[in-house]
Design a protein around this ligand. Structure first.
Ligand code: ADP
Length: 256
């Protein structure tokens, strides 16, 4: 399990996140919510060792991140980042990049690497894109390939920063289903989501961040009941009964 204790981190000597205490349990979907610029991506980057913390501890199964190599970290945690370049290679080749933490240089791919690529592309419903070139795919198709690359890394924890960007509503819901199923397989799944109703529906652990600080974490019900989302986002969050149970939705404080 990855755990942050009293972590402060940021850029150029300025702490963007402060005093963060959080753990990402295996078998659970953790969703980070918070307004633009509050530090969600910074928190993920710190947890992955992509930026240095200025204080606190980041533990990977009890081991301080400072004693792990980038390769050790990459075998434990995968990262679907927000910004991605589009290399001129096929989707299959792209997903093979997820196998790099397991290969020595010069890289010789093994049968198990190709098997992992096919399994990951199948899981993200993108196997038919295997031989397509990345630059010729739609944004949504590319997103599935990047997700497959993260899955091919075969890690206990997977961080996804706004993974629903570029996806239509059907594929957004499919991605939530996949997040749930990865957690059911025993992975720690960590999502940054902007859609509050999707976030509350999908989370086992919901975390609210505001201005670099963790304001509240708990079950979606606890977060909803606390009213904290109304304060942090300046909206009104409601829960409504539906045919299949209930759903959260947001209304603006002022009429549109
Ligand atoms: P969020 O993911 O919640 O939208 P970020 O973690 O991306 O927020 O950004 C939090 C703050 O850190 C913002 O004020 C942003 O301008 C700043 N920031 C993000 N990346 C950098 C960077 N590479 N260098 C300096 N400041 C940054």
């Amino acid at each position: 399990m990855i755990e942050l204790q009293k972590v402060c981190a940021g850029y150029e000597g300025r702490n963007v996140i402060r005093n963060i205490n959080i753990s990402f349990p295996k078998g659970k979907v953790t969703v980070l919510m918070g307004p633009n610029g509050c530090g969600k991506t910074t928190l993920l980057k710190a947890a992955l060792g992509l930026i240095s913390k200025s204080s606190g501890e980041i533990l990977y199964d009890g081991t301080e991140i400072g004693s792990l190599s980038p390769r050790d970290i990459a075998r434990k945690a995968a990262y679907l980042s927000q910004s991605r370049n589009i290399p001129h290679i096929t989707a299959g080749k792209m997903v093979l990049h997820g196998r790099f933490p397991y290969l020595d240089y010069p890289r010789h791919y093994r049968k198990e690497d190709y098997d992992a690529v096919r399994a990951a592309l199948t899981e993200t419903d993108a196997i038919e894109l295997m031989d397509c070139r990345m630059e010729q795919l739609s944004g949504g198709q590319r997103q599935k390939v990047y997700l497959a690359m993260a899955l091919a890394q075969n890690t206990d924890t997977i961080f996804m920063d706004e993974p629903t960007t570029f996806l239509d509503v059907y594929h957004q819901l499919e991605l939530m289903r996949l997040a749930k199923s990865l957690a059911a397989q025993g992975k720690a799944v960590v999502l940054v989501l902007h859609d509050l109703s999707m976030a509350l529906k999908c989370a086992d652990q919901a975390v609210v961040i505001s201005d670099g600080e963790l304001i509240k974490s708990g079950s979606p019900e606890e977060i909803f009941e606390s009213g904290i989302l109304n304060q942090v986002f300046s909206v009104k969050v409601y829960r409504a009964d539906t045919e299949n149970g209930w759903q959260y939705y947001c209304e603006p404080e002022r009429q549109l």
